[in-house]
Design a protein. Structure first.
Length: 191
């Protein structure tokens, strides 16, 4: 039975070569190598071109090896559904980072479930900390978000120029801001 290797990197400046070498140096003989370059882990596994091609080629009973769990995906639901789909086809899923544990085995499923639960908890805690920090900053009177490109006086002048018949393009050139910015200022007065 064949061993399939899969690698993924998020940017075009990165390479999957280190992932392939890591698998081979761990003793795996990779018969088929597939890699997605410039594809975010947030993209569903089945929507990635090379992973989809791998799924078309891999046969029941074969083995898929990846260096780290996040190569399969960052979304818990996607990783679980991918592993479940492969398990239904009797395809072993080995994640080198987890000590060559087959994620389709009973122990592997337990390990995967615990890891995903911890990742979800970390994500929830990060969101809580972020929300708490934003609330504190707001309570302290700090301006949140991107700073305005124009002052209140400039916005009044812009409205006056538009009312006097100047074009949006001319006003945007005059103040060195985008047309969209001028349109937003105009629309804020209309609303």
């Amino acid at each position: 039975m064949s061993v399939f290797g899969y690698g993924r990197v998020s940017t075009l400046q990165q390479t999957t070569e280190n992932q392939r070498l890591e698998l081979e140096s761990s003793g795996f003989v990779i018969d088929y190598w597939f890699s997605d370059t410039g594809v975010s882990g947030k993209t569903s596994a089945r929507q990635r071109p090379q992973f989809s091609a791998l799924l078309d080629k891999i046969r029941d009973g074969e083995t898929l090896v990846v260096s780290k769990l996040d190569r399969l995906g960052r979304d818990a639901i996607d990783v679980l559904s991918t592993v479940k789909y492969l398990a239904e086809r009797n395809i072993q899923v080995i994640v080198l980072q987890l000590g060559k544990t087959d994620l389709t085995s009973a122990a592997g499923k337990l390990l995967l479930t615990m890891l995903i639960a911890v990742a979800a908890m970390e994500r929830d805690l990060l969101i809580e900390r972020t929300q708490s920090g934003l609330a504190r900053a707001k309570a302290e009177g700090k301006q949140l978000g991107r700073p305005a490109k124009t002052t209140n006086i400039q916005r009044s002048e812009i409205i006056q120029k538009l009312n006097d018949g100047e074009s949006v393009s001319a006003v945007s050139r005059c103040y060195g801001v985008s047309r969209a910015n001028i349109i937003n200022i105009r629309n804020s007065v209309l609303n």
